[in-house]
Design a protein around this ligand. Structure first.
Ligand SMILES: Nc1ncnc2c1ncn2[C@@H]1O[C@H](COP(=O)(O)OP(=O)(O)O)[C@@H](O)[C@H]1O
Ligand SMILES: [Mg+2]
Length: 288
């Protein structure tokens, strides 16, 4: 009998993280795999000592990228691959990768690394950003989920305040896609297959995230949306991906982001499709 570990971040105490781990563990058990749910800090990353009782594979639902890398180095197959988790975990890195593969997305500028005790105001940099993107624009921190670190910047004053506040933080500036205000599509991909998708919309916020007040419904994807979502997952090398798509002018799709550890509970509730079964089937096929 094969065995696996499902790793999530134990310091995120909201129920949804352990719920996500349970969904995957139950799918593994259904497929005849013995599954153990493990919190990231239950493993001691003693880098010189081999791990005891290693499982046949790991489903890594966390963004503890160092732990993912450590486990892979121990010879255990980790899904997603740690490199993908690293790329997706940092939105700036991710957009550079998407652009390299010519994936359609909003115009994006990666902010320079500026140390907190220095200001680049008055050096002409911000003026160039504003000339390129105009207002309103989006500022997105490199690390953030559930819409919590995504800001709609409508005035020069809000812009100045936010860039000052974010000194020392990785972030990007992005064109605001007005035609997508408060709405997007989440597409879940396993391997090179689309497993499920939902349309999310919010009446109260420019962000469509369900955690942020959005509501979701089943959606039939257009061919353009399907093609772009698959292209985006492939561009970052993701085997499991939750791709967010925006509605550009004339409804042409644009990639908003690729999540390397996408939550699957809402998709299950909305569509009745349990992505975890597809994830486990994919891994078992890969491992042979
Ligand atoms: N460039 C943009 N134009 C319009 N809306 C956006 C843009 N970027 C993000 N959004 C909205 O904000 C939400 C959160 O952004 P996203 O990049 O997916 O970050 P998170 O990782 O927090 O989900 C998206 O689901 C979308 O509704
Ligand atoms: Mg998102």
């Amino acid at each position: 009998m094969k065995s696996c570990w499902i790793i999530y971040n134990g310091s995120l105490t909201s129920d949804k993280f352990v719920d996500q781990a349970r969904l995957v563990a139950e799918a593994a058990e259904r497929a005849g795999v013995q599954a153990m749910i493990i919190k990231n800090y239950e493993i001691v990353m003693d880098v010189q000592t081999p791990i005891k009782d290693a499982p046949d594979f790991i489903v890594f639902l966390d963004k503890d990228t160092l732990l993912a890398r450590y486990l892979k180095q121990q010879g255990i197959p980790v899904f997603n691959d740690p490199k993908v988790i690293e790329t997706c975990d940092n939105k700036a890195k991710q957009y550079i990768e998407l652009a390299k593969h010519d994936v359609a997305m909003p115009k994006t500028i990666v902010a320079p690394k500026v140390y907190p005790n220095f200001s680049i105001e008055g050096h002409g940099y911000y003026e160039r950003v504003l000339e390129t993107l105009g207002l309103p624009l989006i500022i997105k921190e490199g690390h953030g989920s559930f819409g919590m670190k995504v800001y709609l910047i409508e005035t020069k004053e809000a812009f100045d305040n936010k860039v000052n506040e974010l000194r020392g933080v990785d972030y990007v500036f992005q064109e605001f896609i007005e035609t997508s205000r408060g709405r997007d599509i989440r597409v879940n991909i396993v391997g090179d297959q689309i497993i499920a998708a939902m349309y999310r919309h919010s009446e109260t916020d420019f962000r469509a995230n369900i955690t942020n007040g959005g509501v979701a419904e089943v959606v039939e994807l257009t061919t353009a949306q399907e093609t772009l979502a698959l292209e985006a997952a492939k561009a970052v090398g993701a085997q499991f991906a939750g791709v967010d798509l925006l509605f550009g002018p004339d409804d042409q799709p644009l990639v908003c982001e690729v999540n390397g550890a996408a939550h699957i509970r809402n998709l299950l509730n909305v569509t009745g499709i349990n992505v975890a079964d597809a994830m486990i089937a994919y891994i078992l096929e890969k491992l042979g």
